[in-house]
Design a protein around this ligand. Structure first.
Ligand SMILES: Cc1cc2nc3c(=O)[nH]c(=O)nc-3n(C[C@H](O)[C@H](O)[C@H](O)COP(=O)(O)OP(=O)(O)OC[C@H]3O[C@@H](n4cnc5c(N)ncnc54)[C@H](O)[C@@H]3O)c2cc1C
Length: 456
């Protein structure tokens, strides 16, 4: 039994929820209903405001061997933040301050519960840029780091890991510690900070992060490149990467999928030709630089079968295109059994698309596909019809096995969470898994923090 009175003493009674009907929003994440697990029955939601309070909560949990589930915004797609055993949901929503935008060092310091939208606004207000853009701007800083979120705009400057320079963390045993800082280099000992990034809430609770910023680019443009043949579209991506111009984003979308997202938002997708599109976000020192990049991209894509290239230069137009892309999952969610997050080396993108088509044909279904193509990261969507036919699980497994056969991985950005543990057997070296379990034990001897997530 969770020590509710003890928790109330630590954070105050107003910040503890015990009534089931008041905690629904804390029991799930954005995983599709078909893939979702069942939350535990006896859950207490706690909302601390300081690292010291979290430390006390974790000490209490160790004393009683009570599971604790760190929770950001719950936008995760692998049930990572879901409480699957009786215990405590530790909501980070009160850690909502952008502490500092440091223009001299080009760094932002933000508490873990700051949302991506808040972060972007604060950074933009200082005329600086935080490039990563995972699709849901409600995601929190702590959640983005614990999941090492990727998203669009990762091709040139990388995923969230590349931005994190310092972390404040409460360890599962209650110690409060700092890793890294406003540093561009740090080779002091083993890099525990890198271990915290993508640790999916099993090694510590992130309370604050220092992240790198960039000056705003003077010129940007978004290209929508249309192809009649989706294979030609995806096969253009390695050619783009080899061209010498590195876009911030190279996104692949099936035409009907992005149009569905646009309709769902009451917006209009600007490209009406072709069955597939690449969305290229370009950023440069000035307009001439961006113009040169756009010309190069246009030439490369046309030489590889593109039938049309649209250029959006106005901020509003570019923002609309990114929005229609970012909201695809929300539009598709009611229609799909699940999505996948496989990643292959960029040169194997076209082979992976062939494999998806072959799997779709075998199971007589369409596998709607979008991809952070510049990162080799596909999100194939399995339609709901597969649940009725009882083949959703088979299709998912075939997709994973096809990715692994192409030197890929079963997850490139959403993580293992609690729904992909059973697929690790197809990918993981047993010795690596043994080392991961030993690391978990070193951080969390009683296994209280987010049990059942990330590692077996
Ligand atoms: C519409 C949509 C689009 C998306 N697009 C992308 C995308 O393009 N790229 C991408 O990578 N992801 C994407 N996601 C997934 C999701 O937004 C990211 O994984 C995000 O990083 C999760 O952040 P969160 O705050 O919602 O975390 P949660 O879902 O609350 O938690 C995720 C994991 O992090 C842990 N955690 C949360 N906060 C902390 C903390 N302070 N300390 C320690 N552990 C913590 C949790 O225990 C859990 O394991 C998308 C999701 C949606 C719904």
């Amino acid at each position: 039994m969770t020590d509710v009175e003890g928790l109330k003493k630590i954070v105050g009674a107003d910040w503890v929820i015990t009534q089931r009907d008041q905690m629904e929003a804390y029991l799930y994440d954005e995983t599709t209903p078909y893939q979702r697990l069942t939350p535990a029955e006896h859950v207490v939601v706690v909302k601390p405001a300081t690292a010291e309070e979290i430390s006390e909560i974790l000490k209490l949990a160790n004393r009683d061997k009570t599971p604790v589930y760190p929770r950001g915004a719950g936008t995760g797609l692998v049930c990572g933040a879901m409480p699957t055993q009786d215990g405590i949901v530790l909501s980070m929503e009160r850690f909502d301050k952008v502490v500092e935008v440091d223009k001299e060092n080009l760094m932002v310091v933000a508490q873990a519960g700051v949302t991506l939208a808040q972060l972007l606004e604060a950074v933009d207000g200082a005329d600086l840029l935080f490039p990563p853009h995972p699709g849901d701007e409600g995601a929190q800083v702590g959640g983005m780091i614990a999941a090492n979120a990727g998203g669009s705009r990762a091709v040139k400057y990388g995923v969230v890991r590349q931005y994190v320079k310092g972390l404040k963390v409460v360890l599962p045993t209650g110690e409060i510690t700092t890793m890294g800082g406003k540093l561009m280099k740090n080779n002091t000992g083993l890099d525990l900070m890198q271990l915290m990034i993508d640790s999916e809430g099993i090694l510590g609770v992130i309370t604050e992060a220092t992240m790198r910023l960039y000056p705003k680019f003077s010129g940007t443009a978004t290209l929508v490149v249309s192809f009649e043949d989706r294979h030609k579209a995806i096969a253009s991506v390695p050619k783009i990467l080899q061209s010498g111009v590195i876009p911030m984003a190279i996104e692949y979308v099936d035409h009907d999928v992005i149009e569905f997202s646009a309709d769902n938002l009451g917006m209009k997708w600007p490209a009406q030709q072709g069955r597939a599109h690449l969305i290229l976000i370009l950023a440069g020192a000035n307009e001439d630089d961006v113009y040169f990049q756009a010309e190069t991209m246009s030439e490369v894509c046309t030489a590889n079968g593109a039938i049309d290239v649209l250029i959006a230069e106005r901020q509003q137009e570019q923002g609309d295109i990114l929005k229609m892309r970012s909201e695809i999952y929300s539009a598709m969610k009611p229609r799909i059994a699940g999505d996948s997050d496989i990643t292959v080396p960029p040169a194997n993108l076209a082979k992976m698309l062939d494999a998806l088509d072959a799997i779709g044909e075998k199971y007589d279904t369409k596998i709607a596909t979008i991809a952070h193509a510049g990162d080799g990261n596909f999100h194939p969507y399995m339609l709901k019809e597969l649940i009725d036919r009882g083949t959703a699980e088979d299709v998912k497994l075939e997709i994973y096995k096809a990715a692994i056969a192409l030197d890929g991985v079963i997850t490139g950005e959403h993580g293992v969470g609690k729904i992909r543990l059973k697929y690790l057997q197809y990918q993981m070296d047993p010795k690596q898994e043994e080392i991961m379990r030993a690391i978990k034990k070193a951080f969390d001897p009683n296994g209280i923090l987010n049990p059942g997530a990330a590692i077996r």
